[in-house]
Every structure is written in C-alpha cells, then in structure tokens.
Design a protein around this ligand. Structure first.
Ligand code: NAD
Ligand code: AKB
Length: 311
C-alpha cells in the first residue's frame, strides 16, 4: 500500500498535488508537510524543516512512508535575492530525501526540476532533452546539480527517483513562490479585480508554460510508469504551451476588455532571456505517454472562470 509524504505541500504545486493524491489514495495515506503551517486545518499535516534529516526520518517512520513527493525549494527570482540560502535549502533537502532512498526506507521519489537548468548557450526553440545546460541562476545551478544527484543515486544505489523539468506553472489556489514566470499568474489577479498590471518581463519574452492540472497529471503519470519504460534518470523535459506577456494579455482581453498592462522589465527579464522559448519533450511522450490538455486559450478561460467564482 502506498503511504505518501509531500514535502512543501503548502506551495503552488503542493496545494494541488495534495488534493489529487488524497482523491486517489485517501487522506490518511497522504501526509502533508511544510516548514510553515497550512492555511486550512489538516489532520494529516506535519510541520517540518526538510533540511533536518532527523525530523524528516522521524515523520517517515511515524507514518511508514514509502513514497515522497519532494517539492520544497526556493525558486529562481527569490533565489537571486539569497543565493547561499537557496543553494543550501535546495540541495540539503534533496540529499536528505535521496539518503532515505539509499537506506531502503523510501521506495519511490518525485522531485521536480525546471527549464531553469538550460542557460543562454542552449537552443531557444524546441530545446532538446540533451541540449547544453549552462544555467546562470543559483536556482538553475541547484536544479542541474540535483538532476545529477538523482541520476547518481539511481545508478549507484538503485534509488527510484523520478523527475520532470517543469515550465512555468499557472494556477489560482496558492500564490506563486517567487519565480520568473509568476507574472503569468499575477496578471490574472489584476485583470479580475479591474486593476492595471505592471509586468516585470518585456512584452515579447516568450517562455514555456503549463496549467497546474497538466503539471499534476504529469507527476502522477511519471510516478505510475513502469520503471523499465524510463530512459531518463536526470529529469524529463515536459512541454505544454509557450507564450509571451503580450500574447497572454491579448488572450485575457478576449474575456476582460479593459485590462491595461505596462511593461517595466526588472532583474527577472535577464533570467527569462537565458531560458528556452519552447521545449522538445519527445522522450516523455514516447517513454510514458505524456500529452498536455491545456493550451493558452484553455488556461485563460479556466483561470478567469475560477477567479470569478472566488470573487
Ligand atoms: P512554492 O515556493 O510555491 O512552494 C514551496 C513550499 O516549500 C512552500 O510552501 C514552502 O513553505 C516550503 N518549504 C520551503 N522550505 C522548506 C523546508 N526547509 N522544509 C519544508 N518545506 C519547505 O514552490 P512551487 O511553485 O510549489 O514549486 C514546487 C517545486 O516545483 C519546486 O521544487 C520548484 O522548483 C518546482 N518547479 C516549480 C515551477 C513553478 O512554476 N511553480 C516550475 C518548475 C519547477
Ligand atoms: C521559476 O520561474 O522560477 C519557476 C520555474 C520555471 O522553475 N516557475
């Protein structure tokens, strides 16, 4: 029987992954955990700092956990504001989880990487699975090192750790955690409340993006795939759609005519310029049958109808 621990369950991805995993496996079989308390009461929540190996181990033993979804991280934009903390958190927490795999306590691990592993030297369009990785942010460096650690633990110790290089994720339930793609969420909140939006990226900066439902679906598909089907043990490229702030604004205006957007690029523009415009995810499609459901028009209508219901 699966007994699952989510680390970083209060975050943008964790909030939605928690709901899906509990729907699938039952609440008592999916333990949520975070360094901060959750906003809603949760009988199966444990407050932990995943940098502390002993606290992590005691929770794993308490609930007889055998699968971990390890989501805790500092993302790209916030990482540049505190590089050492970012490196320490992103690496230490991953190594603590991988060690639980090496000791045979945990059977399967999900750990997300990011398109941030690519850098300015990779091809911008349809960036391939094995394109050159030369990241320029501490976040990208930590994700690239993390991918290599995952592959190392798999090859040396047989740890079944699986990973996806997510693009920018778009959702409305939890606030985004300080990434370069957060503009694509912020803009919906401004649009729905009738306010104008100051966009921190240039209007024509196109980036790979994915709706949260697709992101959750991808994690579940990868975690359920037979091990022998997986040819990538660093992290799988995963694509859904790509758009620029101007294209997103035009799509939102089909629903909310009065939206006004000013472009005021800041340090996040420099990060975005080193990332791919679009991703080639052929390996995920052929190895475990990946196919996205949401393009720009579908993401936009889902976001607007969900936010209108909240108003
Ligand atoms: P987030 O910042 O929204 O959530 C991270 C959560 O981890 C937060 O709730 C935070 O409180 C918690 N956390 C931080 N330090 C912790 C610690 N020491 N111990 C326990 N919990 C801790 O991030 P997210 O957007 O949900 O991203 C989840 C994962 O997916 C990250 O690894 C991120 O790099 C990856 N990812 C996200 C995106 C995206 O667009 N959101 C894209 C690519 C990859
Ligand atoms: C970020 O912008 O940092 C994240 C990511 C693509 O990893 N959304």
């Amino acid at each position: 029987m699966k007994k699952i621990l989510i680390i970083g369950s209060n975050g943008q991805l964790g909030t939605e992954l928690l709901t899906s995993l509990r729907d699938k496996y039952g609440s008592k079989n999916v333990i949520s955990s975070d360094i901060n308390d959750p906003s809603n009461k949760d009988a199966y929540f444990e407050k932990i700092d995943a940098r502390e190996a002993l606290s992590l181990t005691s929770i794993v033993e308490k609930y007889k956990i055998n699968h971990i979804y390890h989501l805790a991280a500092i993302l790209s934009a916030n990482g540049e504001l505190n590089p050492i903390l970012s490196w320490e958190l992103n690496m230490k927490t991953l190594l603590n989880v991988l060690e639980l795999g090496r000791k045979g306590i945990i059977e399967r691990i999900f750990w997300p990487s990011s398109i941030a592993v690519f850098g300015r030297d990779a091809p911008k369009d349809y960036t391939g699975q094995n394109a050159v990785t030369n990241p320029s942010t501490v976040y990208g460096i930590s994700k690239l090192a993390g991918e290599k650690w995952c592959q190392y633990y798999f090859e040396k110790f047989g740890v079944d750790v699986r990973s996806i290089r997510y693009p920018g994720l778009i959702s409305h339930k939890a606030q985004p955690g300080g990434g370069t793609t957060d503009y694509a969420i912020d803009i919906f909140f401004k649009a729905i409340s009738g306010k104008s939006y100051d966009c921190f990226l240039h209007e024509d900066t196109s980036l790979p993006m994915m709706y949260i439902d697709d992101a959750v679906k991808g994690a579940l598909m990868l975690m359920e795939a037979p091990s022998q089907k997986l040819s990538i043990r660093t992290s799988y490229n995963l694509n859904a759609t790509s758009f620029s702030p101007a294209e997103l604004t035009a799509e939102i205006k089909k629903h909310i005519d009065g939206l006004r957007v000013q472009y005021k690029p800041d340090y996040r523009q420099l990060i975005a310029e080193t990332w791919p415009r679009s991703i080639d995810d052929e390996s995920a499609r052929s190895d475990w049958g990946w196919k996205e459901a949401f393009g720009l028009p579908q993401i936009t209508s889902e976001m607007i109808s969900a936010l209108r219901m909240k108003k």
